[in-house]
Design a protein around this ligand. Structure first.
Ligand code: E4P
Length: 222
């Protein structure tokens, strides 16, 4: 399974890259605005901190077919490899995904709220499909719909990878990992919550305290 970071926070991505085996970074226009900096500079920083084999996903901002294609071509050239263009599954977006497939531009179909939207994007040649798990919970069960999608792609032998997105808690991630999701993109706060547990800190404190009490030193070896 690919673990991807859903953020453009360079400092946090750097820290999480050290802690976890990360397959890449996803962003969207809203995520990029959160830095308070010029988006193109943030994108360059992301390119600089990622290893060559880690994927970077940048979303188009234009919404008409020609605009999407123009931005998709530019995004795809930002790095020699592992560069993906995120395209929302609107009418223009679906047309663009099909055209990108013909041109060899890697895409991630985004802003997906139903398994059917994802299935159509997969048939158009999207490499990744991003169901918005948490947001889908406003309309039904985002986790269950994403599980259905994985099953639909398996039955029809379609190569597109589901990268579950829009997580707000570790439970949603847990359920989809358990269901065999091929990829998840997780915001930094949720990822830190997956890693940290107060009881772990307490347990380590107890080990240190008991050791010091018994041996009057902090190290294993004298
Ligand atoms: C990632 O690909 C999506 O753009 C992102 O997960 C959406 O998250 P949000 O629902 O928190 O905006």
């Amino acid at each position: 399974m690919e673990l991807i970071i859903d953020s453009a926070d360079v400092a946090q991505i750097k820290a999480l890259k050290e802690l976890c085996t990360v397959a890449g970074v996803t962003t969207n226009p809203t995520i990029l605005t959160k830095s308070g900096r010029e988006a193109t500079e943030v994108i360059q920083d992301l390119i600089d901190i990622l290893d060559e084999d880690q994927k970077l996903f940048i979303q188009v901002v234009k919404t008409d077919y020609e605009g999407i294609m123009e931005e998709a071509k530019k995004i795809s050239q930002l790095r020699p490899k592992n560069m993906y263009v995120k395209i929302p599954v609107t009418h223009d977006g679906l047309k663009a995904i099909k055209e990108c497939k013909k041109l060899g531009i890697h895409t991630l179909a985004t802003a997906i709220y139903t398994a059917e939207q994802a299935f159509i994007a997969a048939a158009n040649g999207a490499d990744y499909l991003a169901p918005y798990v948490n947001r889908m919970c406003n309309y039904g069960d985002g986790v269950e719909t994403t599980k259905d999608l994985i099953e639909m792609l398996r039955i029809h032998n379609m190569p597109a990878k589901v990268v579950a997105a829009s997580f707000k808690n570790t439970y949603q991630v847990h359920e989809l990992i358990k269901a065999g999701i091929p990829a998840v993109t997780v915001p930094c706060d949720v990822l830190f919550n997956m890693i940290n547990h107060p009881a772990t800190t307490i347990a380590v404190g107890e080990f240190t305290m008991n050791w010091q009490k018994a041996y009057n030193r902090k190290e294993l070896f004298k």
